[in-house]
Design a protein around this ligand. Structure first.
Ligand code: C2O
Ligand code: CU
Ligand code: CU
Length: 525
């Protein structure tokens, strides 16, 4: 019996006796040593871009890589390293992609396939939580099952695996091209611990429409804020021991929440902003914590525009004054600082009260400031960027493709989280959809004590109904995560295109995922 089986069966046996772990831990304060930290002393870091690497001569490639022609080759190394969450905290030993947390940002261009050689340099004799055998999933990517990070496709320390990111769109429909994806470890039973150790990063997508150049001369280009004004924001809560090491409770099957909220790996960082428009790409990258964002200038709540969701740009911007996000969701917003005088301080606050992985307990009226914007500049800065009223069109839902209606009920039994009453089983697919078809999935939660952010791999879906009604404008675009509670059953339109084979779907509360709330579908020709 290896450590994986030992730990897995140990966990399953411990939690399987009764539902006691759920009850016993209810009400226990969220994990983490309380610490007093000076806010707004660390600048907001931006993760580095993953640049192409030189191909070492003699390196051999999977024939599928060679089939792409000259590979656009990158190297991603998983290794132990140190990260500091705040100036006044001791450094934390983590598992890092290329030495940084969050990992380096992938840059994707439509039609340019990318090869990522993922090299596992973790310590094979690792002790403590986490599994040094690793898998990696490019979350939201339309890629073959071999590259998708199937949870049992883990590689051992000292070995590598090539991931092919084809950067294609299903049906050659460029309306399906996304804008903000992410990538993270996906090892069976250990996704929560490995992602918590640090194995996660962002993946940005560009094409002729959303070109990443606010000065683009192409009249078709949107010219959204770009470069230094296009900023990814990874939200992640952590809990630390007094020595700075990560605190992780492997027995918390609800999904752990930590007491320190971080943005791009820092507790309460600040960002100096020019007097102009910014594009922020928000990722709820926790294990279990949900977020509700509001932006404040003193006691004034500022409006902002949502321009994109998981699957890319919305057909039109949506103006809001708050936004809630479940784990693994991405939303992009535009914030305009042009009218604020130099020195103005603006905060991004999280308003959810959440002390366990089950679900938030309520909404705080004041919220918890997690990021400070400090406006600089005597005058409004030059701003060639635009936020057009029409962004990326939404291809119509084609009901004539629908060949099946399924229901998925998310629940729990005896400490195991289940889908349709079943725990994860790598040997039996839950569904076998036909390539080229579409299906309606009615997804619901049984039991009111918890939320589940359900994620489906491989294709963006559309939320046709939430709680029986048309969803809010920001949920009508392409999505790959839907945040569910027992009062908001959803009806999804799901398609299966381009690739045959196995893909997983699961709750993206990583504690739930590892505790068996995952199934898979097998696309058949
Ligand atoms: Cu973000 Cu299956 O994962
Ligand atoms: Cu995914
Ligand atoms: Cu869940």
């Amino acid at each position: 019996m290896n450590r994986r089986t030992l730990l897995t069966t140990g966990l399953a046996a411990g939690a399987g006796i009764t539902a006691a772990p759920f009850i016993m831990r209810k009400g226990i304060a969220q994990a983490g040593t309380p610490v007093t930290l000076t806010p707004w002393v660390d600048p907001l870091p931006t993760p580095p871009v993953l640049n192409p690497a030189n191909i070492i001569s003699g390196a051999s490639f999977d024939p599928r890589v060679t089939a792409f022609g000259a590979p656009n080759y990158h190297e991603l190394v998983e290794a132990e390293g140190f990260h500091q969450f705040h100036r006044d905290l001791p450094a934390t030993k983590m598992w890092l992609y290329n030495g940084t947390f969050p990992g380096p940002t992938f840059i994707n261009r439509l039609g340019i396939p990318t090869v990522i050689r993922r090299i596992n340099n973790l310590n094979p004799a690792h002790v403590g939580f986490g599994m040094p055998e690793t898998s990696m999933h490019h979350h939201g990517g339309h890629q073959s099952p071999m590259d998708d990070g199937w949870p049992l496709d883990f590689i051992t320390p000292g070995t590598y695996r090539d991931h092919l990111i084809p950067n294609i769109v299903p049906d050659n429909d460029t309306n399906e091209w996304p804008s903000t994806l992410w990538y993270h470890d996906h090892t069976i039973d250990y996704t929560a611990s490995n992602v918590y150790r640090g194995l996660a990063g962002m993946s940005l997508h560009f094409d002729a429409l959303d070109s990443g150049n606010e000065n683009d001369l192409n009249p078709a280009a949107l010219r959204l804020p770009s470069g230094a004004y296009d900023v990814p924001l990874v939200f992640r809560d952590v809990a630390l021991n007094a020595d700075g090491s990560l605190l992780f409770n492997q027995l918390d099957t609800r999904g752990q929440v930590g007491n320190l909220k971080t943005v791009n790996g820092k507790v309460k960082p600040y960002l100096t902003v020019q007097r102009r428009k910014y594009r922020f790409r928000l990722l709820a990258g926790s294990m279990a914590r949900e977020w509700m964002f509001r932006i404040w200038k003193g006691t004034t709540r500022l409006p902002f525009k949502i321009i994109a969701s998981d699957g890319g740009l919305l057909p039109a911007p949506v103006q809001v004054t708050q936004h809630q996000m479940g784990n693994a969701e991405r939303y992009e917003i535009i914030v305009d600082f042009s009218t604020f005088p130099a020195g103005t301080q603006i905060t991004l606050n999280d308003h959810l009260i959440q002390s366990d992985g089950n679900k938030p307990a309520g909404v705080s009226p004041t919220g918890d400031p997690v990021l400070l914007f400090v406006v600089e500049g005597a005058a409004a800065a030059p701003d060639p960027s635009r936020v057009p009223a029409v962004l990326r069109p939404l291809s119509p839902v084609d009901m004539t493709r629908v060949v099946a209606t399924r229901s998925l009920v998310l629940s729990q039994a005896g400490g195991i989280w289940t889908i349709n009453g079943l725990p994860w089983n790598p040997n039996v697919p839950l569904f076998q959809p036909k390539l080229g078809s579409a299906e309606i999935w009615n997804v619901s939660v049984k039991g009111g004590g918890w939320d589940h952010p359900l994620h489906i791999h491989q294709e963006f879906f559309r939320i046709l109904k939430r709680g029986g009604a048309t969803p809010q404008a920001w949920e009508r675009g392409r999505k790959d995560v839907v945040l569910l509670s027992n009062t908001t059953a959803c009806q999804l339109y799901v398609q299966f295109r381009t690739f045959t084979g196995p893909y997983v779907f699961h709750c993206h509360n990583l504690g739930h995922e590892d505790m068996a709330m995952m199934g898979w579908y097998n696309v058949i020709p």
